[in-house]
Design a protein around this ligand. Sequence first.
Ligand SMILES: Cc1ncc(COP(=O)(O)O)c(C=O)c1O
Length: 479
Amino acid sequence: MSASPDQSRYAGLRAQAEVLDGEDSLRHLRNEFLIPSHADIQRKTLGQEDRSGNADHTDEAKPCTYLCGNSLGLQPKRTATRIQQYLGTWATQGVQGHFKPLEDSPLPTWLDADARAASLIAPIVGADESEVAVMQTLTANLHLLMSAFYRPDPNGRHKIILENKAFPSDHFAVLSQIRHHGLSPETSMVTIESPFSEDPVISTYDIQSLISKHAADTALIILPGIQYYTGQLFDIPTITAFAHKHGIFIIWDLAHAAGNVSLSLHDWDVDAAAWCTYKYLNGGPGCIGGLFIHSRNSLVTTTIADENPERGYGNRLSGWWGNDKGTRFAMQTKFHPVKGAAGFQLSNPSILDITSLSASLEVFGLAGGMKALREKSKKLTAFLENCLAHMSEEARALVRTITPSDPEQRGAQLSLMLNDGLLSSTLKVLEERGIIVDERKPNVIRVAPAPLYNSFQDCLTFAEGLEAGLLAAQTSPQI
Ligand SMILES: Cc1ncc(COP(=O)(O)O)c(C=O)c1O
């Protein structure tokens, strides 16, 4: 175990954390989650102990400090209950589970499970229920959106603008869409980069300048709501309005924004967006994704005979689950989509996934919505920042925060860039102290206090651990 930093430097913060945790009106929600214990994160077996958190009060049984909701959110306790209820329905009802409501079940019929999940997620992203579909996975949904809304004209608008450090999956998706249309990424792909090599943050001005430069021949923009590496929150309404001013369709990747910051996708006039549900939405690893399509982009007529590309849906990639519920089981071969985003569904969704996601979305309901969560989140991240500022001068010289300091330009996450060669030794010390964060090689630690289950004390524990880790790493750097 590494040497502990000077405890007296943190005394004031310890008292402050206690007060802030005591005043936190959402603190009871932590008890909705299963937080791995110190023993859990060291173990090499599955372990079969009581996971209620009440079994044992030894240090080893104490919860770890989990600050990794930006990568994989923790498991809500009610997820197991809801999945058991789903398994029970399947066991006792078989195929009838699709249509037959059970009087004592909190779960919808499987036929209605997608719509129910959409209604739970709509307020989280600031959309009308009909504008949201719970379906597929993030990258697949980006492809589906592009297949419907990227219609390049080689002699007119054909370019896609994205950031030069986009999450690789988004980059690959854009590359492959361009090639799929017989175009070349060299001429049709434009990337935005930060003008400063030492500061990866991209300003709204930089984005607008690039859009202006390529406005005449750009068909589509894809940007992240929150940049996965830096934690920067982009100004979604301003950039969306600017894209529209230039006649460009814009898709937002909200992987790191959904369930993290307040979103008003409908009111911001966002064209379309997609997200995953395993980060701040706590749906579970690889859980079903979601997408938003503004109502003006998913208009359908009521007459089947009107199917045609000009009316906005003939060109979308389609499957039977996108067909109107009323005629879905009539097995006709005339595609007539459900109105709204649900009309973009392809297959009948995994009810196991939707059950897991919906269980977690119930917890968001208990929080009273995103406004309260975001308020707590801002306080938590500001407190984390303050704790980091209290590290010794020696430790502070070994790390810098690359996330914007303005709370309006970030969500929960702070990304910390360590001096070269310090990452693995620092992470080792953090792990020894039962602190779980996320690393981006070669030298970034992403740390995200999630307001549903993290405490102010967690932020302080991390700062103390980071100081110890950095100082230990400095004496044995690994290049
Ligand atoms: C910003 C971003 N885009 C895309 C992806 C890929 O998501 P998926 O594997 O669910 O398609 C991720 C995954 O973490 C992500 O963070």
